[in-house]
Design a protein around this ligand. Structure first.
Ligand code: N2P
Length: 383
């Protein structure tokens, strides 16, 4: 059967209720159309739930249903330190919307909370690979492009990403890389290898991120493997090296490490480039090194959960974020590169050089491999 005919068959089968959601996704992915596309098709044909599922209340209403009026409330769930200080207050003032704002430290923390049924968030900021998972899981509402008057400000580089073809469910936000933040006044040479986390000289002065994907990625790269590996043998090598690093570092820590670098308690930290720039704004001796073995690069985007109670305000907020001045202020405050091409930050973040790009890799959904990664992460954290 040709791929197209196979897809047409799947759509038809789902429409008649002959296939449940899981089976649909399994078969769709087997045809090679990808989980993201499968999720879209499933939504297009209204197959959002197993036929035998109990009614899910308003989740069964048309998820494209966005009211005409902007609601007076908005609940945001974002990475910590991922907007400018005035981003939210300005939106509240201009739009007369009261915003509640919660933060998370990793995609996995965010996803676990949403999967556990945390309804009520209107805008969330996941990384590409998790958007893939969320689309396939039916967790996201479609983006109503006509409500985003500033869409044209986005750089084509970030549009139509592999994790969300056509940007049906996501609005590009910021991009960054994971590398090593270090104190140039305490450490003589740039720690440009993930092997630094095995160096006895810095025992107790180093930290790793509290983030499964980033930590395991670092030690996969140290062994010359892809950051998206699901090979048991490759992951075993990465786990061994991560556990060894665990004996040298003082903690697995994300947001609070900036303060520890500034105070001098930590000299070498696995960290994202933007957060490193935030720390360097307070202590100029802090620099960023991109390990020679390679490192993750990522693009984060704004999404609207299917269960979001304020979908019109969510669109208004995203359109506000796409304004050039708002985008520029966010890039300057967070230290991350913006997907907004019309934004003119005072301190623009350069794209990686060709030589750096050759070492960088985007994270992808691990699919069935996720369970193995979860197990390994638990072992690393408990060693
Ligand atoms: C945290 C920003 C991290 C973004 N401040 C990682 N995708």
């Amino acid at each position: 059967m040709s791929r197209l005919r196979e897809v047409a068959f799947l759509v038809e089968a789902t429409g008649t209720g002959a296939l449940d959601r899981r089976e649909f996704l399994r078969r769709a992915i087997a045809t090679g159309i990808g989980g993201a596309t499968a999720g879209l098709l499933l939504e297009a044909c209204g197959g959002g739930g197993d036929p035998g599922d109990p009614p899910r209340g308003d989740l069964d209403l048309d998820p494209t249903d966005v009211p005409d009026e902007i609601e007076d409330r908005l609940a945001i769930y974002n990475w910590s330190d991922y907007v400018a200080d005035d981003t939210i207050p300005r939106f509240e003032d201009e739009y007369g919307v009261e915003v509640t704002y919660d933060t998370y430290e990793s995609n996995e923390e965010m996803l676990a909370k949403l999967q556990a049924g945390a309804a009520g968030y209107d805008v969330v900021f996941p990384t590409g690979y998790i958007i893939e998972v969320m689309i396939a899981g039916g967790l996201l509402a479609p983006i109503r492009r006509e409500l985003l008057t500033n869409w044209g400000n986005l750089s084509p580089i970030f549009l139509d990403p592999p994790f969300d073809p056509g940007n049906a469910h996501s609005v590009p936000y910021l991009w960054g890389m994971t590398g090593v933040a270090w104190r140039t006044d305490r450490v003589a040479t740039p720690p440009d290898s993930w092997g630094v986390f095995h160096d006895d000289r810095w025992n107790g002065k180093m930290t790793l991120l509290d983030d499964a994907r980033d930590v395991i990625a670092a030690f996969l790269k140290l062994n010359g493997f892809s950051i998206n590996s699901t090979s048991a043998g490759e992951l075993e090598a990465a786990k061994r090296d991560a556990i060894e690093a665990g004996a040298h570092v003082r903690a697995f820590v994300s947001a609070p490490v900036k303060g520890q670098l500034v105070s001098g308690d930590v000299w070498i930290a696995q960290l994202w480039d933007g957060d490193t720039r935030q720390a360097a704004a307070e202590e100029p001796a802090i620099a960023f090194a991109l390990p020679r073995e390679g490192a993750p690069i990522y693009a984060d985007a704004m999404v609207i959960p299917r269960s979001a109670p304020h979908k019109r305000a969510a669109h208004a907020f995203m359109d506000y974020i796409l304004r050039p001045d708002v985008g520029a202020a966010i890039s300057d405050a967070t230290g991350y590169g913006t997907a907004n091409a019309a934004a003119q930050p005072a301190d623009p973040k350069p794209y990686p050089s060709a030589e750096e790009l050759a070492r960088l890799e985007f994270m992808r959904d691990l699919g069935e491999g996720t369970r193995l990664w979860d197990r390994i992460w638990t072992e690393i954290k408990s060693s």
